[in-house]
Ligand binder design. Structure first.
Ligand SMILES: NC(=O)c1ccc[n+]([C@@H]2O[C@H](COP(=O)([O-])OP(=O)(O)OC[C@H]3O[C@@H](n4cnc5c(N)ncnc54)[C@H](O)[C@@H]3O)[C@@H](O)[C@H]2O)c1
Length: 345
């Protein structure tokens, strides 16, 4: 089922409930370059037969300008032109890299995404933000350009490692926290194995629901001047600790959400029992709620956050489960919260 969805900077064909090979009904194989990582290239070699393909090492450490430069050189060697379409097949690392590269290569070529992780399907592939890291600073260099299509083939999830399932659930829990109290209650009534091992229909419904939240948010505020900021719930502290401690994105977001909930108790009156419920929920989806980290080092990185304005950062807090809000928080308040978390965990 193809659903064309309009965003301010362009239309995107959402190919829900599709299979990878359906791409060739619309796109010319000769004009396509697949970009993926070593894991996926090996696992899904049969899908890529006869296609031009560029393969990068897996992992967050590939998400930098060095990789962009190396891929651009390989595209030039292949004589890729403005008619070339880049297709990123992979998790958020691949889709971020491919979106960025396609936006700058020859000042812009068409691109599409086939997300292969749960996190990619519910979040990273949607919205047109394509960022790469510089040193410890996450997604500090980036573009906002919409892909031509996003193809959903949930069979890719059959090979997804357990840890990557919980990383995906971090973003799903994020949507529940900021937008959807019913989803929060639903998730609380289940656990990760209900979705991972048992119920495909429930999983697909959950993916579609989360994709819907992201799509509507980006349609309303593509450039992140308002409501899109809410999607950063848990991400401000997460970005500070993710590269510092080489944590997977989802795990860092889980801890970031706990820190944000603790801050919310102070600034937006969140009931402490809601923070406890969030911690229980994160555990049900195999996400950590505790981490020993150096609050000062984290704060030094956090001060370079993209959401910084003077000595404040737009921090996403909860008023209650299902209702997020933006608060401009002064550095000293954030520093205190990080120190409080550090001494409690
Ligand atoms: N642009 C955005 O709006 C946005 C939003 C959220 C996250 N992100 C970014 O997404 C990244 C995290 O994405 P991720 O969690 O998908 O991680 P990832 O892309 O690193 O993938 C995680 C791991 O799973 C493996 N993998 C992927 N699909 C597989 C499959 N089907 N079978 C087996 N193994 C598979 C990968 O090889 C990798 O080792 C971060 O860099 C984050 O900043 C971007």
């Amino acid at each position: 089922m193809v659903q064309q969805i309009a965003f301010p900077s362009g239309n995107v064909d959402f190919m829900f409930g599709s299979s990878f090979d359906e791409l060739w009904q619309t796109y010319d194989k000769q004009q396509v370059v697949i970009i993926t990582n070593e894991h996926i290239a090996k696992l899904y070699a049969r899908l890529f037969k006869g296609l031009k393909i560029l393969v990068i090492p897996p992992g967050e450490s590939s998400k930098d300008l060095h990789t962009i430069g190396s891929l651009a050189r390989q595209l030039l060697e292949m004589q890729a032109t403005r008619k070339t379409m880049l297709i990123g097949v992979g998790g958020g690392v691949i889709t971020d890299i491919v979106g960025f590269l396609a936006t700058v290569y020859l000042r812009g070529v068409a691109f599409g995404f086939v997300p292969t992780t749960l996190l990619g399907m519910v979040d990273a592939a949607i919205g047109g933000k394509n960022g790469v890291n510089s040193g410890m600073h996450k997604n500090i260099l980036g573009t906002i350009t919409q892909p031509k299509f996003i193809l959903y083939d949930v069979r890719f999830l059959d090979t997804l490692p357990d840890d990557e399932w919980s990383n995906g659930f971090a973003e799903i829990i994020k949507y529940a926290c900021i937008f959807d109290a019913d989803m929060f209650a639903d998730l609380a009534g289940h656990n990760i194995s209900c979705y991972q091992d048992h119920d495909d229909a429930a999983l697909i419904e959950l993916i579609n629901k989360c994709a819907g939240w992201k799509i509507r948010t980006v349609q309303e505020d593509e450039k992140e001047t308002g409501i899109r900021k809410l999607l950063n719930f848990g991400h401000t502290a997460a970005h500070a600790i993710e590269n510092l401690y080489e944590l997977p994105h989802g795990k860092a977001v889980g801890i970031g959400m706990v820190i944000a909930a603790m801050i919310s108790e102070d600034v937006s009156g969140l009931d402490r029992r809601a923070t406890d419920k969030l911690k229980t929920l994160l555990s049900q989806y195999h996400l950590p709620v505790q981490l020993k980290f150096n609050a000062k080092k984290a704060m030094d990185i956090l001060k370079m956050d993209k959401k910084r304005v003077d000595d404040k950062i737009d921090y996403i807090v909860l008023e209650q489960p299902g209702k997020g809000a933006v608060h401009a928080l002064p550095f000293d308040k954030i520093e205190k919260a990080l120190a409080a978390y550090e001494s409690n965990h």
